[in-house]
Design a protein. Structure first.
Length: 442
């Protein structure tokens, strides 16, 4: 190829399941994150961030067999094939352990547990943390499902039982209310109850397989799930039914499983409480898929939305201990922030309050002085960067969605003034440069 040959252009495209966010979308997302962060801080949760990359030894085995397949693995650096035995190269299953030791994080809970185990000696328990960061899953992209997406988690480590559960319900309710969502339902269950159902049904396969069958109810309906079990000569107990809610039969099973009576009473009170933002119902068929849950599990759904759960979580034990930390129970809640964002009304496509300094024949020194004065008065501002007709500069401000334009020329420079134009109200007024910020507080 000669030096003068034209370089081929690269077609701009994204990998499937990944997205860009425009300035308007980024501001909208940040606003939602800020509202939820403020809520979490109000309940005493502290912020935490962990790296995008974790060791495979940390992640594998925490999400079940299917979850392990969805990990985005990272190739080792350098000549990663150099020390791979010939027999290991024949299959992906035998090759992978030699060429990859790291992966992008699948969720935020396991990295948090790893961090807590490493820093347990420095922490005060119960430890409360919140985390809003992206995660990655090599899933098949579809509507509302991406390969890169944000999670928004709160967890309390070193606590279990009814009080942390009630706090999670309140946080879910207040979070949805803050974002303007009503009519949601929190479906609640306990893993002990699912284990008891498997025992009463004389289920002989793995508990994970039992939960996997139960978890299909949303997709194929409860009768189809029962038929699935009957085809294997398995009869489910009569109280295991989505319409049972918190019936006497369900409460009786919970008492037999040594759930304290005062805990059941608190659950009954929460379930019977009417609430327009988030109602609570017992759902003995709720079987959350992650391997590490050991106690209460819950999912928040918005009937009629068609987008599945918009928040979920549960109680888990042993996860901190798995990483060599103390054996501490924990409970958490994750907002399905990407799904929730699809439910919120689109914000008006207008930049935040900012001032464009448009100029005619003012000196560069004065133009910069106007910008610096506005900054000193707490106002976002920037100057148009090149000489153009005033009409073109105003058109630029309108297309950017800016409301305010400070017009300066020789006369304004001579009197240390600006002509401040309001592009929404279609007004214009002269201000002394030292007092221009007063226009934004009226």
């Amino acid at each position: 190829m000669s030096l003068g040959a034209a370089k081929s252009k690269i077609k701009p495209a994204l990998p499937s399941g990944f997205r860009d966010f425009s300035p308007v979308q980024v501001r909208r997302r940040r606003e939602v994150f800020a509202k939820l962060s403020a809520l979490f801080e109000r309940f005493g949760y502290e912020p935490l961030e962990t790296p995008a990359v974790e060791l495979l030894s940390v992640l594998l085995g925490k999400y079940g067999e299917e979850g392990d397949k969805l990990l985005f693995r990272i190739l080792n650096s350098g000549d990663f094939l150099a020390e791979v035995p010939e027999e290991a190269r024949k299959q992906a299953r035998t090759l992978l352990p030699y060429i990859t030791e790291k992966a992008l994080r699948y969720d935020l809970t396991v990295p948090m547990a790893r961090w807590v185990a490493q820093h347990a000696g420095e922490l005060v328990f119960p430890f409360k943390r919140y985390q809003i960061q992206p995660v990655w899953r090599a899933d098949r992209p579809q509507r509302g499902r991406f390969r890169e997406f944000y999670q928004c988690d709160v967890d309390i480590v070193g606590a279990e039982g009814i009080l942390p559960l009630l706090e999670m319900i309140v946080i879910a309710r207040e979070g949805l209310q803050t974002l303007g969502i009503k009519g949601a339902v929190l479906h609640l269950n306990h893993r002990f109850l699912l284990e008891e159902a498997a025992r009463q049904a004389s289920w002989r396969n793995s508990f994970a397989a039992f939960c996997s069958h139960i978890d299909k109810a949303d997709k194929i309906g409860w009768e189809a799930v029962r038929n699935l079990f009957q085809a294997q000569q398995v009869i489910l107990p009569p109280w295991l039914h989505p319409e049972e809610n918190f019936s006497e039969r369900v409460q009786k099973e919970l008492l037999r499983l040594e759930i304290p009576e005062e805990e059941i009473e608190a659950l009954r009170s929460e379930i019977e409480k009417p609430d327009e933002v988030l109602a609570v119902r017992w759902d003995s068929t709720l079987a959350r898929g992650l391997e590490y849950y050991t106690g209460y599990v819950y999912e928040v759904r918005l009937p009629g939305s068609g987008i599945g759960s918009i928040a979920a979580g549960g109680a888990y034990g042993n996860l901190i201990a798995d990483f060599g930390g103390p054996d501490l129970p924990a409970m958490g809640l994750s907002f399905g922030i990407e799904r929730i964002l699809t439910l919120l009304p689109e914000s008006e496509e207008r930049s935040p309050q900012a001032v464009l300094v448009a100029w005619i024949d003012a000196s560069p020194t004065y133009i910069q002085k106007v910008v610096e004065t506005l900054h000193a008065q707490g106002v976002a501002a920037f100057a148009y960067p090149s000489p153009r007709k005033l009409g073109k500069q105003l058109e630029y401000a309108q297309r950017r969605g800016l409301r305010w334009v400070a017009v300066v020329g020789k006369q304004e420079e001579l009197h240390h003034q600006v002509q401040l134009k309001d592009l929404i109200q279609h007004t214009q007024q002269t201000y002394a440069l030292s007092e221009v910020a007063a226009a934004f507080t009226r």
